[in-house]
Design a protein around this ligand. Structure first.
Ligand code: HEM
Ligand code: HEM
Length: 287
């Protein structure tokens, strides 16, 4: 099924992936070139796991998880498969975020630094807790097959808004964390004297904001949303009809493959429960 403004989508997707990739390179260079590298010893090198795992997991992977349904070449995959990919990427991002928190708490405890005193830590911990809640709710509502269709449809706007809100909070938290770390870490010359590390990491902050902006833009264009399963099925049946008539015109070797109405485009059997899951009220099949 063709996507509207596909070229524009491609440009934005490649930009988001490139900026995200550059963010990861920047945080690696910060940790290994300007800072103490990585270790798990209660010292500063243990702290460094915190920004590294946040940028790779909680920012980059989460961003990809959010837009994965919109990649048009996945529209041929079943909705169930896409749910596993979306949920799996989000769960991986949560695991990396939790490990990054363990690193910073462990570092604080070893160095006798108080915990949870900053706005950064308050907003950050709230984001991680809400993210875990979003995953649990997402699994219960959209993966457990007995959840009725009207519940799925009613909660979808909350799920989408919640996801985008958490993602934006994570970017804001990262900017606060970066600023704090530069103020604490740069002594001679100080942050206000703009040493190379400060300029380099300020640029990382800008790039993280650009990455966030691109993901939010891609995720909020209505015409790039994954089409309803009914539409995808119709488009697929049209393709098959075209192929069959072409084969007929070519003198025989008829296409015997049929999907009937009961196959997903990848050949998986489609669940049929009459109402509920396949909610007509939602105007979509298999949310
Ligand atoms: C501390 C969460 C990103 C720098 C903390 C703490 C939390 C947290 C909960 C408190 C730990 C404690 O009290 O023992 C997050 C989350 C992030 C994030 C959810 C996701 C965006 C970053 C980044 C940096 C950073 C990218 C950049 C270096 C710091 C610093 C501390 C800290 C310097 C120690 C000072 C403080 O507690 O505010 N973070 N952080 N954080 N984080 Fe982050
Ligand atoms: C859609 C975020 C976890 C199921 C979405 C969308 C966002 C989002 C922003 C809108 C995507 C779009 O419009 O293209 C998140 C976040 C999660 C999370 C941040 C983790 C914290 C889950 C889980 C499931 C799930 C665990 C369970 C399978 C869905 C479904 C859609 C969706 C079914 C609808 C996709 C569509 O119809 O195009 N999610 N989600 N989500 N999510 Fe999640």
């Amino acid at each position: 099924m063709a996507m509207e403004n596909f070229k524009q989508f491609l440009v934005l997707l490649v930009s988001a992936l490139s900026v995200g990739f550059v963010c990861i390179v920047f945080v690696l260079r910060w940790v290994f070139h300007f800072k103490e590298g990585l270790a798990w010893d209660g010292g500063l090198a243990e702290f460094n796991w915190h920004p590294l795992l946040i940028v790779i997991g909680f920012i980059f992977l989460q961003g990809i998880a959010i837009i994965v349904y919109r990649l048009p070449w996945t529209w041929r995959c079943s909705k169930l498969m896409m749910k596993f990919i979306h949920a799996g990427l989000n769960i991986l991002a949560l695991i990396l975020a939790v490990v990054s928190l363990v690193a910073v708490f462990d570092f604080h405890n070893a160095a006798n630094i108080p915990n949870m005193y900053s706005l950064h830590s308050w907003v950050g911990l709230a984001a991680v807790i809400l993210y875990a809640l979003q995953i649990v709710l997402g699994l219960v509502v959209y993966l457990v097959p007995i959840t009725p269709g009207f519940v799925r449809a009613a909660l979808m706007p909350v799920h989408v808004y919640g996801g985008l809100f958490i993602f934006s909070s994570v970017i804001a938290t990262a900017l606060m964390g970066i600023t704090e770390k530069l103020i604490f870490g740069l002594k001679d010359p100080k942050y206000k004297d703009s040493p190379p590390e400060a300029v380099f990491v300020n640029v990382l902050g800008l790039l993280l904001s650009v990455f966030g902006g691109l993901i939010l833009w891609i995720a909020t264009r209505p015409h790039w949303k994954r089409p309803a399963e009914s539409q995808l099925r119709l488009a697929h049946n049209d393709d098959l009809a075209a192929a069959a008539s072409e084969a007929g015109a070519n003198g025989g070797a008829a296409v015997t493959m049929t999907t009937g109405g009961d196959q997903e485009s990848n050949g998986e059997p489609r669940r049929r429960n009459g109402k509920g899951e396949e909610s007509a009220a939602a105007g979509r099949i298999n949310i």
